[in-house]
Design a protein around this ligand. Structure first.
Ligand code: NCD
Length: 297
């Protein structure tokens, strides 16, 4: 996300909005091009919406979702894998467990590399579709009070979204159990960028102010057994009762998958926009592919 500033972010969102209005116009933009999706970590939405986007642009796809079936298993380094794979395709989307892996690949490869999530660090393309969804439902990215709730320590989508929103007039509340708060380096960065934020332990304290609530699941696979999962998830379960007294114009986003932090009974309230958010992955990722490939300006 650190490759983008305010104007560049808005430029991507405007491109996505144009594609959203008239997808057919873009149906041949990637004719003859190949995208490789290298997913060293589990994924449903990110990989399939990237692949779907490339197919809708008339391009071709190849890749893997199970690194166990690749030479990584034999001990091949990421650097070597990238040098080989870039000879087979025109653009790479990758997800890796190691923080900074996509940046490293980007420094090695001559073709565009898109970060589909690197460990607990960042998930910038998710951020673009989050921003797109907020702007579409609220009309603007400026002037919101955004609550981030759940696992803010390991939730990479939160890290990149908070950074991106620092370019817009935003008040932020970080709502989490004490053990799963925003990492200090991310908070320092927000401080340096002059963001007005507060860390709180419950939604109740701030629910009259928040108009965008960004919820994430507890990233259990990243902290193993060192924290008691049952204990940290307590008090962070959203259902209709939990939302009582919230603002009428509240919109709830979630990168999904949800586990047990967000009840299905919220799905048909006017607050829920997380399924639209996931659907927005297509125009947004189509735009990111076209822009990085230089097919549109
Ligand atoms: C997120 C991720 O992978 O970081 N999922 C996604 O890409 N939509 C969120 C998560 O796994 O909790």
């Amino acid at each position: 996300m650190r490759d983008f500033d305010r104007d560049e972010i808005l430029h991507v969102l405007d491109a996505a909005a144009k594609i959203d209005k008239n997808q057919n116009e873009y149906a041949h933009m990637m004719n003859g091009k190949i995208m490789a999706t290298l997913f060293f970590e589990p994924s449903t939405r990110t990989r399939l919406s990237f692949e779907g986007s490339m197919l809708r642009l008339g391009g071709n796809i190849m890749g893997f979702a199970d690194p166990g079936s690749t030479s990584a298993k034999k001990g091949e380094s990421l650097a070597d894998s990238i040098k080989i794979i870039e000879a087979y395709c025109d653009i790479i989307v990758m997800r890796a467990r190691i923080e900074g892996a996509a940046r490293l690949a980007g420094n090695i490869a001559k073709i565009p590399i898109i970060n589909g999530g690197d460990g607990a660090n960042q998930h910038p393309t998710q951020t673009f579709l989050d921003l797109y969804t907020i702007r579409k439902s609220k009309g603007s990215l400026d002037g919101h009070t955004v609550g981030f709730m759940g696992d803010l320590k390991y939730g990479r989508t939160v890290h990149s979204l908070a950074y991106a929103l620092s370019f817009f007039k935003t008040k932020m509340f970080f709502i989490s159990p004490r053990d799963l708060g925003m990492p200090d380096d991310h908070l320092d960065e927000l401080r340096e960028r002059g963001v007005n934020f507060e860390e709180v332990e419950s939604f109740d304290q701030v629910k009259k102010q928040i108009d965008v609530l960004y919820v994430t699941r507890i990233q259990r696979e990243r902290f193993g057994d060192e924290l008691d999962y049952e204990k940290v998830k307590e008090g962070y379960f959203i259902n209709r009762a939990f939302l009582k007294g919230c603002r009428e114009d509240l919109k709830i986003l979630h990168p999904l998958p949800r586990v047990d932090e967000l009840s299905v009974e919220v799905d048909d309230t006017p607050y829920a926009i997380y399924f639209e958010q996931a659907a927005n992955g297509i125009p947004v990722r189509m735009a990111l592919i076209c822009l990085t490939m230089g097919a549109i300006k």
